[in-house]
Design a protein around this ligand. Structure first.
Ligand SMILES: CC(C)(COP(=O)(O)OP(=O)(O)OC[C@H]1O[C@@H](n2cnc3c(N)ncnc32)[C@H](O)[C@@H]1OP(=O)(O)O)[C@@H](O)C(=O)NCCC(=O)NCCS
Length: 169
């Protein structure tokens, strides 16, 4: 198991662009494997463009974890959204949390999320939320351990059986 004290966590900067882009690509692959369906038209191009935007956005926080020699192995992002409903105006949305497979189980995700929560509290958001895929049991256990509770549940019919569709005239 990796030693959590052998990592440093800091705000990502422009020099992290290549490693952040490849970590985000790995994150998206995990989500697609676990059933994420709402993907952009050109996922690769979108990832490149959106990573630059993420680093430049004043509404986003991006934290990156490096091993002591310096390799980036994990990251987490959040963005503040304004909800015009009059009651809870700002939502801090934790959007992406990813820990490289060799570094899991050492508390890195927890440390990154703690860091994001501190940043979001400084931004005085009214609520903090995360969207999680139902079949992502590791992530659901992480969020539950950190005190997050279900709010909205999205239910969907499983995709139609392709064999069945072929029989439709
Ligand atoms: C989910 C993920 C971020 C967890 O990262 P991690 O650094 O291993 O998590 P931590 O070590 O901080 O674990 C904190 C808690 O989460 C839970 N947890 C983490 N991984 C788990 C697993 N595989 N099975 C069950 N519970 C798990 C445990 O409660 C754990 O606390 P414990 O070790 O005291 O039991 C990591 O597995 C990952 O990157 N997965 C792919 C990307 C992803 O799905 N991100 C989340 C999107 S919502």
């Amino acid at each position: 198991m990796a030693d959590p004290f052998a990592f440093s966590i800091a705000r990502a900067g422009v020099s992290d662009l290549p490693s952040l882009t490849s970590l985000r690509r790995a994150f998206h692959d995990t989500q697609v494997r676990m059933g994420l369906l709402d993907l952009p038209q050109d996922p690769e191009g979108h990832l490149d463009r959106s990573t630059v935007g993420l680093l430049e956005s004043r509404r986003s926080d991006v934290l990156i974890a490096r091993t002591v020699p310096g390799a980036a192995v994990a990251y987490a992002t959040s963005t503040v959204r304004f909800v015009p409903d009059g009651r809870s105006k700002t939502v801090g949305l934790i959007e992406e949390v990813f820990v490289g497979a060799d570094h899991r189980g050492a508390g890195l995700a927890s440390a990154l999320v703690d860091g994001l929560i501190q940043e979001l509290r400084l931004r005085a958001v009214d609520r903090i939320q995360i969207r999680v895929l139902a079949r992502n049991s590791a992530a659901r256990a992480l969020w539950e351990r950190l005190g997050f509770e279900p709010n909205v549940l999205m239910l969907e019919l499983p995709p139609a059986d392709p064999g069945h569709q072929e029989n439709i005239p």
